[in-house]
Ligand binder design. Structure first.
Ligand SMILES: NC(=O)c1ccc[n+]([C@@H]2O[C@H](COP(=O)([O-])OP(=O)(O)OC[C@H]3O[C@@H](n4cnc5c(N)ncnc54)[C@H](OP(=O)(O)O)[C@@H]3O)[C@@H](O)[C@H]2O)c1
Length: 271
């Protein structure tokens, strides 16, 4: 089925940087009206300097708080009377061994990555269903394969995928579509804000961000996937190989994934 974004209302969480900002830019280009949120509305507005108010609705909301999610959705409905597409994109990561990590890091990531998706989806679902729209979760390869040093991140993305797969099956005959997408490594701010063992941002990235898939390319793949009503999308060659190999050769992948992350600069696995 083909799907046009023209004059559709697209709600995107976590749009002040990275993939969320690129999703908003691309959806605007495709003719959508876009409601965006992040925790800092000044930074959020600054990310879209030249977009007029009748196309963009910026809103300050922390998706880990149910009341913020409800008020973001209600404010969008008051503004545009409908929601067609929900992109649950807001997310944070971590980098610390489980044996060292403060458990609040894991709780925090579940609150943002998993519960944020649940709260937004619950609040927006009646309108999305009325419009036979699309609910999307921005998951990760870490939602298919547990990654060392990312216990809380992987757990939150596995949980997101389980939630969305159940919801997709519940909504199978309603005309409302549910999909998740799993970007591979994509250039963004996520590794700078990733939480260390003590819950503080690590403020550095072990990767060369400009050598990774760009956020713009990732956003294009996601929006094209909505048009085609894909069930799931796994991105990058490395991501596709990881997901396939993990299904077929789980034990071998334990070693390969360990060795891959051991080679990262300052890997916590080197202890
Ligand atoms: N980049 C990758 O390699 C990669 C790979 C796979 C999956 N992903 C997924 O892609 C999504 C986007 O990540 P990104 O790479 O684009 O990261 P990013 O550049 O750090 O962007 C994250 C966005 O989420 C917002 N955010 C964070 N916590 C929030 C909260 N509690 N409530 C509302 N907004 C919040 C941030 O703004 P504020 O801090 O101002 O709130 C920011 O706008 C995430 O779900 C991530 O797991 C990324």
């Amino acid at each position: 089925m083909n799907y046009s974004f023209d004059n559709k209302v697209v709600l995107i969480t976590g749009a002040s940087s990275g993939i969320g900002k690129a999703l908003a830019d691309d959806a605007l280009k495709r003719g959508a009206k876009v409601a965006v949120c992040a925790r800092n509305v000044t930074k959020l507005k600054a990310a879209f300097p030249n977009i007029c108010e009748d196309r963009l609705f910026p809103y300050e909301a922390d998706v880990s708080k149910e009341e913020d999610c409800q008020s973001f959705v209600q404010a969008t409905l008051a503004h545009w009377q409908r929601i067609d597409v929900v992109l649950n994109n807001a997310g944070m990561s971590m980098r610390a061994l489980f044996q060292d990590v403060d458990l609040n890091v894991l709780k925090n990531l579940m609150d943002i990555n998993f519960w944020g998706t649940v709260y937004i989806t619950k609040a927006a679902l009646p309108s999305v269903m009325a419009n036979k729209g699309v609910i999307v979760g921005v998951s990760s390869i870490a939602g298919y394969r547990g990654l060392p040093g990312r216990t809380g991140y992987s757990a939150s993305k596995f949980a997101m995928q389980g939630f969305l797969e159940s919801l997709r099956t519940e909504l199978l005959h309603t005309g409302t579509h549910v999909m998740w997408v799993a970007p591979g490594f994509t250039g963004s701010n996520i590794r700078n804000t990733a939480l260390a063992a003590d819950g503080k941002a690590q403020k550095e990235t072990p990767l060369k961000e400009d050598k990774l898939m760009s956020a713009a390319q990732c956003a294009q793949i996601i929006l094209d996937g909505i048009v085609k009503r894909k069930r799931t999308i796994v991105m990058t060659t490395q991501g596709k190989v990881t997901v396939m190999m993990n299904k077929l050769f789980g034990k071998l992948m334990d070693n390969m994934v360990f060795n891959h992350f051991l080679k990262e600069p300052d890997s916590p696995l080197k202890k």
